[in-house]
Design a binder for this molecule. Structure first.
Ligand code: IPM
Ligand code: MG
Length: 372
């Protein structure tokens, strides 16, 4: 069997802690793999003016999959002093490396399973098992943004959208524009991925999340694309809901839902809500999946205040490892790993602080490894 090449990208903050935990379980399942470390994160922004340097992009072109920890995201405008002196006042803008990675490698699926494992004290209700398919490259994440607004754009808006664009009369630095861009092909492929998943895993229903009653052009297109794709899957039910109502209904009755599919930003929001219902961000795992490459990560951020303390729950990352094993076709190892996680949660002897215990990140990983 071929030896896998796995890019290893801890990033910063607790990304480092949780990837150390991931390595413990990977070693125990004896995945035949080479782990290739890559530079990514805040440190490289400060030193090199690039949080996702070209050498790391090259690395990702030559691997089977990647494990990613977390990185500290900062607002676009950064105080110059955080950058190395040679890079200051060069007008560099910071863009989230994970968002860039998703776009650069066309990782168009953001898959976020949210399963409540039995007897997790943090379960909102027992038995929740939702799956979020989030579009991962378009929408408000397109990165087409203007602040200040260029004069040509203001003129065009005045011309094309006059009655709806009173703001276009304001001074150019008194408003900002972020473009929500959704393509038909991009919408269809994420919905298709959700349906294929439902078909493969015997899921009964897809719910399309949108706001097409107000955001008519882009969300209207997304919904229309979903209806087109649904015709190819007559055995699977599809319904749809506005994002606002969806958050209420999900809390009221999560058991009415099964697989959710959404444009990028709504998917971002709804996946945090779903993760919270199954124990919080300590349990939210994520796969950024394209045709050639897939990058797996915990959904949580870098939590700098806990960095290096080995305090946080590694389960989100360990479940991301499980997703990676599935993606590589190592389903026996994936099933075993998930069973080990479930058993440790159920026994309740080893718990990190978020679960009311005092075990460390690595003790939790070791407890899971011992069940393997
Ligand atoms: C996520 C995160 C990212 C996102 C951030 C860190 C850029 O919230 O993966 O859900 O918004 O996609
Ligand atoms: Mg998010």
């Amino acid at each position: 069997m071929a030896e896998y090449k796995i890019a290893w990208l801890p990033g910063d903050g607790i990304g480092v802690d949780v990837l150390e935990a991931a390595k413990i379980v990977l070693d125990k399942v004896q995945l035949d793999a080479k782990y290739l470390p890559g530079d990514i994160g805040w440190e490289f922004w400060c030193k090199e003016g690039d949080a996702f340097p070209p050498r790391t992009i090259e690395l990702l072109k030559n691997v089977d999959a990647a494990m990613f920890g977390a990185i500290t995201s900062k607002p676009a405008k950064i105080t110059a002093t955080e950058l190395a002196p040679a890079l200051q006042n060069k007008g560099l803008t910071y863009r989230s490396p994970i968002v860039r990675m998703r776009q650069l490698f066309d990782l168009y699926i953001c898959l976020r399973p949210c399963k409540g494992y039995p007897r997790n004290p943090l379960n909102f209700k027992e038995g929740i098992d939702l799956v979020v398919y989030r579009e991962n490259t378009e929408d408000l994440y397109a990165g087409v943004e203007f602040a200040p607004v260029p004069q040509e754009l203001a003129d065009t808006l005045m011309k094309l959208a006059k009655p709806f664009a009173p703001f276009a009369k304001l001074p150019l630095d008194q408003y900002a524009i972020s473009c929500k861009i959704n393509t038909r092909a991009g919408s269809e492929r994420i919905v298709r991925a959700a349906f294929e998943f439902a078909k493969q895993h015997g899921r009964k229903k897809i719910t399309v999340v949108h706001k097409a009653n107000v955001v008519r052009a882009t969300d209207g297109l997304f919904l229309e694309a979903a209806k087109t794709v649904a015709k190819d899957f007559p055995g699977i039910k599809m319904d749809d809901a506005n994002i606002d109502a969806m958050t209420m209904w999900l809390l009221k009755n999560p058991f009415n839902y099964d697989v959710l599919v959404a444009p990028n930003l709504y998917g971002d929001i709804i996946s945090d809500l779903c993760a919270q219902m199954v124990g919080g961000l300590g349990f939210g795992c994520s796969g950024n999946i394209g045709k050639k490459l897939a990058v797996f990560e915990p959904t949580h951020g870098s939590a700098p205040k806990y960095a290096g303390q080995y305090k946080v729950n590694p389960i989100a990352t360990i479940l991301a490892v499980k997703m990676m094993l599935d993606w590589l076709g190592e389903s026996r190892k994936a099933v075993a790993l998930e069973a080990a996680v479930a058993q440790v949660i159920k026994e309740g002897k080893v718990r990190t602080y978020d679960m009311g215990g005092s075990s460390t990140t690595l003790q939790m990983a070791q407890a899971i490894a011992e069940k393997l």
